[in-house]
Ligand binder design. Structure first.
Ligand SMILES: *Cc1c(COP(=O)(O)O)cnc(C)c1O
Length: 361
């Protein structure tokens, strides 16, 4: 039986945010990033809600298998490629485009020979993030060897490290490196832009854009919330009040007694904790939305519960639902209070929290 804590996912918000990506990048195709269980929203349902995307970007073969099992036939791309020949074979069988970012991956594909003939391949370039990708000087050689394997055009891919930052220099430098590589291989499909690139770097859009976080209505950065960027939150995380008590000045709340009442206070206990993915690091004062206003966290996050100070909320009752983030309280604002990003809060919501889908009707 559920405790009443749940994540409501709004299919219309997902579709609206996808339309927003199209507005920003009207001449590009869209790989919707639905890795990590669609940033915690549920991969298969999210793929259905985003059926107007041109393809889906994934991190693991299991994700690709789950989508194919659910009958989803869109193009897929495995963003980090495969780790061995077996996986490469599986990716081919699933019709999932693969990325080559280092030498072993290319050797594995070459060993498979003719099997790779109809496989869509992308070469990832390290344009300055220094996480994945082949060095710019090696691009021409890799690209030629990959083109000898597949009959399809081999694309070029890279990833931005700081496209959401005020300082344009790192992104300009990455773009310049990418363009130098592009000139060496001629006119091929290219893909660079994540959400931040889509919003702030129109000259990076190229053939395929790869939005993730903006589809879910959260912000990639810029010191703004998703709503301030014109996006609609797809997930609203709610939990009921399961206990209420009045405590005297000087009484302490929760593990270690981190929070102390400075005035006679009313404390509400909610049925959500770090076992549900709500971060234990949340400090006192982290906002929670209850009965039309923000209330501050009071005391440490427990595994199954949190406590909030509702002294200033007129009529709180057992069973009232609080919003941890969503339509009234931006996940980006909550994340800023905790010292993390909306990406992490969304992907951490655990499997114990049921996802309830609201569909378009
Ligand atoms: C996750 C990911 C994206 C999407 O990034 P957002 O910042 O969520 O838009 C794009 N490209 C790659 C390679 C990724 O790993």
């Amino acid at each position: 039986m559920s405790r009443g804590t749940c994540a409501t996912i709004d299919a219309r918000a997902l579709a609206t945010n996808l339309a927003k990506v199209r507005e920003h990048a009207p001449n590009s195709r869209i790989w919707a990033a639905i890795k990590a269980d669609a940033y915690g929203h549920g991969a298969v349902e999210t793929a259905r809600a985003l059926h107007a995307a041109d393809g889906f970007a994934l991190a693991t073969l299991d994700e690709a298998q789950a989508l194919r099992d659910a009958g989803i036939q869109h193009p897929l791309i495995l963003l980090e490629g495969t780790v061995d020949a077996d996986q490469a074979r599986q990716a081919i069988a699933l019709g999932c485009a693969t990325v080559v970012h280092q030498a072993e991956q290319l050797a594995q594909l070459e060993a498979l020979g003719p099997l790779v003939r109809d496989q869509s391949l992308w070469l990832k370039i390290d344009t300055g993030m220094h996480r994945l990708g082949v060095a710019p000087e090696a691009v021409a050689d890799y690209w030629q060897r990959m083109s000898a394997l597949s009959a399809l055009p081999v694309g070029l891919l890279s990833h931005f490290a700081a496209a959401d930052e005020a300082d344009a220099a790192p992104t300009e430098s990455q773009l310049a490196v990418f363009e130098r590589c592009e000139r060496q291989v001629g006119s091929v499909p290219c893909s660079l832009a994540n959400s931040a690139g889509i919003l702030a770097w129109p000259n990076s859009h190229r053939d395929w854009v790869r939005p993730g976080i903006m589809l879910y209505g959260a912000s990639p950065g810029f010191g703004k919330t998703g709503q301030q960027l014109g996006l609609q939150p797809a997930m609203t995380l709610t939990s009921p009040v399961i206990a209420l008590r009045d405590i005297a000045v000087g009484e302490r709340v929760g593990y270690g007694g981190r929070w102390t009442a400075q005035r006679p206070s009313r404390i509400a206990t909610l049925a959500i904790g770090y076992g549900d993915g709500y971060p234990r690091q949340a400090p006192d004062g982290t906002p929670v939305w209850l009965n039309g206003q923000r209330v501050p966290m009071a005391g440490k996050v427990s595994m199954d519960m949190i406590t909030v100070d509702v002294t200033d909320v007129p009529m709180v009752q057992i069973g009232d639902h609080a919003e941890l983030w969503g339509n009234h309280l931006s996940v980006d604002e909550v994340a800023a209070n905790i010292g993390t990003v909306g990406y992490e809060l969304l992907t951490r919501v655990s499997s114990r929290v049921p996802r309830h889908w609201r569909h378009l009707d």
